[in-house]
Design a protein around this ligand. Structure first.
Ligand code: PLP
Length: 359
């Protein structure tokens, strides 16, 4: 009897690690989610007001605008671009495989930092490219320079980094960019940048050079992770190439309505990011005083290591929080030691965390 053959994914796809979320049970009702870096303050009230209209008036039977054109135009106006500098899709993460598909070929190399966003590896492998990971801490520019070969096509940097929250300064990013050959694309993933002091430097770099793509999202500082909206800025040629691989109608109508409303409320964005900054300072001080090693963060989350505690205390703290219905992310081996990545919640959320940890 012959054994039926079944379709086999490419070897590179089979090598991609499963996403940790796929192994997780659904969160219990009422759980405080500090494990996925959303924004616990929520979006601008203007978003809810805009979405409260009669659904029939939204035109749900028609496709939304091609290429999310109204959003591209609004982003261009707000950040000082022409619309041809912008591409928008359903989530900032989606921009990564799409940009990689546009700019890599099998066998080429993609350079990242070894403490960077886990999904960089997945998408590099998806494209049949070879991942090259270098350390960020001591000399980021030198480490990237040393990794460049004639096969390098993309240098991909999350800034601030996930899961560390660590921020490279505009000067360092400019230095890294200046050290790259002009045919290597620098992708700056700025998912958390609004929580930092970095400002618009990455967007301006993308506008002013032919080899930079800077990605942003509405999932974090704008509090709209549920609507799935991401965008990127770059030179016309870079954006044109990415637009060739995006879907025709990349963002659903309700999400477009929400994004435009959120973009218009700059005061809400400023007050949420300022409040997260205050909560971050307080949490860093409080956790450090309780003996935890907390990495300096420019994002809306903290990387917490054992510090003066035994390494086992890290997993125990995760369990203690889980028993209080608070979910944080355990990283069993970050730089060979356990760590916690904890999203910063509201002051009330953090009070629940401190009470559960008795600190
Ligand atoms: C570094 C980084 N880039 C991109 C994303 C994806 O964001 P989005 O929700 O826009 O897909 C995340 C989400 O956690 C992230 O941490």
């Amino acid at each position: 009897m012959s054994v039926a053959k079944s379709p086999k994914p490419r070897a590179a796809i089979a090598a991609i690690p499963a996403h940790p979320h796929s192994a997780l049970p659904a969160p219990p009702p009422g759980a405080l989610l500090l494990n996925t870096n959303e924004n616990r303050f929520g979006p601008s009230p203007a978003v809810y007001a805009a979405l409260r209209q009669d659904p029939a008036a939204m035109g749900l039977n028609d496709y939304p605008p091609a290429e999310a054109a109204p959003l591209n135009a609004a982003l261009a106006r707000q950040f000082g671009f022409e619309a041809h500098h912008i591409v928008s899709v359903a989530g900032g993460e989606l921009l990564l495989p799409l940009a990689m598909l546009a700019f890599t070929e099998p066998g080429c190399e993609v350079v990242t930092f070894d403490d960077g966003f886990q999904k960089f590896l997945n998408y590099t492998l998806t494209c049949g490219a070879t991942p090259v990971a270098v350390p960020r801490e001591a000399d980021p520019t030198g480490a990237i320079q040393a990794a460049l070969t004639p096969k390098t096509r993309i240098v991909l940097i999350d800034n601030p980094g996930n899961p560390t929250g660590w921020l490279l300064s505009p000067e360092t990013i400019a230095e890294i960019h200046a050290s790259l050959p002009s045919d290597v694309l620098l992708i700056l993933d700025e998912a958390y940048v609004e929580f930092s002091s970095f400002g618009q430097f990455g967007l301006d770099l993308a506008r002013d050079h032919r080899n930079v793509l800077t990605t942003r999202t509405f999932s974090k500082a704008y509090g709209l992770a549920g609507l799935r909206i991401g965008w990127a800025a770059g030179h016309r040629n870079v954006i044109e190439a990415v637009r060739r691989v995006i879907p025709t109608f990349p963002i659903p109508r309700p999400s477009l309505i929400g994004a435009l409303a959120a973009l218009g409320d700059v005061d809400h964005l400023a007050s949420v990011t300022a409040e997260v900054g205050r909560i971050r300072d307080a949490a860093q001080t409080r956790l450090a005083a309780a003996g935890w090693d907390v990495a300096p963060s420019a994002a809306n989350f903290l990387l917490i290591r054992a510090g003066r505690h035994a390494p086992e205390a890290v997993a125990e703290a995760v369990e203690t929080l889980r028993a209080a219905n608070i979910l944080v992310r355990l990283l069993p081996r970050f730089r060979n030691a356990p760590a916690i990545r904890m999203t910063l919640g509201t002051a009330e959320d953090m009070a629940r965390v401190y009470a559960a940890l008795k600190i």
